[in-house]
Design a protein around this ligand. Structure first.
Ligand SMILES: Cc1cc2nc3c(=O)[nH]c(=O)nc-3n(C[C@H](O)[C@H](O)[C@H](O)COP(=O)(O)O)c2cc1C
Length: 322
């Protein structure tokens, strides 16, 4: 399968594994790249330039195929060492960086000078156009369905993707709610050059997370995610649990008086307990509506092969015969 994204990334299939905090370790990124997709290591999970360099080295030991690094720009009183992380990426000869969160403009020069291509994750058309205008090479358009931060506009992909196709010149991938060959074919039909998946890749054999996390995805339906931190305009789609219910109650009772300090216990530093130790009620964790389409835990290769063979069937048979 050849699209502008497979050409840009140098991969066989237009399937990207988006950066995921405490999930996007070398094991998962390498498995995705080895299966013909594009794996991404999550930079901030490593935290320091030295650790990120080591994780990239570990990934190189597991795959000879291309893979990337995610850099998420977050509001923080003590920001991570972004220049150092970028230097680690450049020194490690990474060719593709997925940026997310704030406008990445001030961090682009060192990446561009090193010839690195940047895919910026956007939840709106205006942010996608901005990314294009500042020199990003592609965008990952994240619809309202997505796990993580869907933005504040609440536009699902059936509207967002055709809008992106109408407005953008740079290539874009469809992100949020992607699970199978149907997602891929629909995205291509709407003008995307491929798909980006988060939640679906967590329920794979190679995802280096506790079995309880995979089981939670199997148990959940499309009715089981919630939106938290909306009053702070930092909305996150998460899997419901007791911590989420506690947080939503706090949001309701504090009303206009809410600030980040009031809720940080439920959201800060909770990922290691959940992802690595399987303590599922320790806090809130990102999860997409697509959990309603997850019914098994295949290997990454089985998942990607299945997506491609279903997509081929849909294009060559079902659609061709209509
Ligand atoms: C557990 C989890 C953690 C995530 N962490 C990050 C992150 O650190 N940085 C980022 O840019 N996106 C993050 N995302 C978003 C994904 O990269 C991707 O955009 C999103 O999951 C796509 O929606 P989907 O879950 O419906 O596939 C995370 C998603 C999940 C499910």
């Amino acid at each position: 399968m050849k699209t502008r994204i497979t050409e840009m990334l140098g991969v066989e299939y237009p399937i990207i594994q988006g950066g995921m905090h405490y999930v996007g370790f070398a094991e998962l990124a390498a498995a995705v790249s080895n299966a013909g997709g594009f794996g991404i290591i999550t930079g901030l999970t490593q935290g320091t330039p030295e650790k990120l360099k080591r994780e990239i080295e570990r990934c190189k030991e597991m795959t000879e195929k291309p893979f990337g690094v995610n850099l998420t720009f977050l509001p923080s009183l003590t920001p991570p060492d972004y220049p150092g992380l970028i230097q680690a990426i450049v020194d490690s000869n990474i060719r593709i960086v997925e940026t997310a969160g704030y406008n990445p403009e001030k961090y682009l020069p060192p990446l561009k000078d090193a010839g690195i291509k940047v895919i910026h994750k956007c939840t709106s058309i205006r942010h996608s156009l901005k990314a294009q205008s500042i020199g990003c090479d592609a965008v990952s358009v994240d619809g309202f369905e997505c796990g993580g931060h869907p933005g504040e506009d609440d536009i699902p992909n059936f509207i967002l993707l055709p809008r992106a196709a109408d407005e953008l010149e740079i290539p874009f991938v469809a992100s949020g709610g992607m699970a199978d060959g149907r997602s891929l074919v629909a995205s291509l039909a709407m003008g995307a050059e491929g798909i980006n998946m988060g939640t679906r890749f967590i329920a794979t054999k190679e995802a280096p997370v506790h079995e309880n996390v995979k089981q939670a995805l199997l148990n959940a339906t499309e009715l089981d995610t919630r939106l938290v931190m909306r009053p702070l305009r930092n909305t996150e789609r998460v899997l419901n649990n007791v911590a989420v219910e506690r947080l939503l109650k706090k949001e309701k009772s504090l009303g206009q008086d809410i600030d980040f300090a009031a809720i940080q216990d439920e959201v800060v530093g909770v990922y290691p307990e959940i992802m690595l130790n399987g303590k599922m009620d320790s806090g809130v964790w990102s999860c997409g509506l697509v959990t309603g389409l997850i019914n098994d835990v295949p290997t990454v290769k089985e998942l990607i092969d299945r997506i491609i063979s279903q997509a081929k069937y849909l294009i060559n048979q079902r659609l061709a015969e209509l």
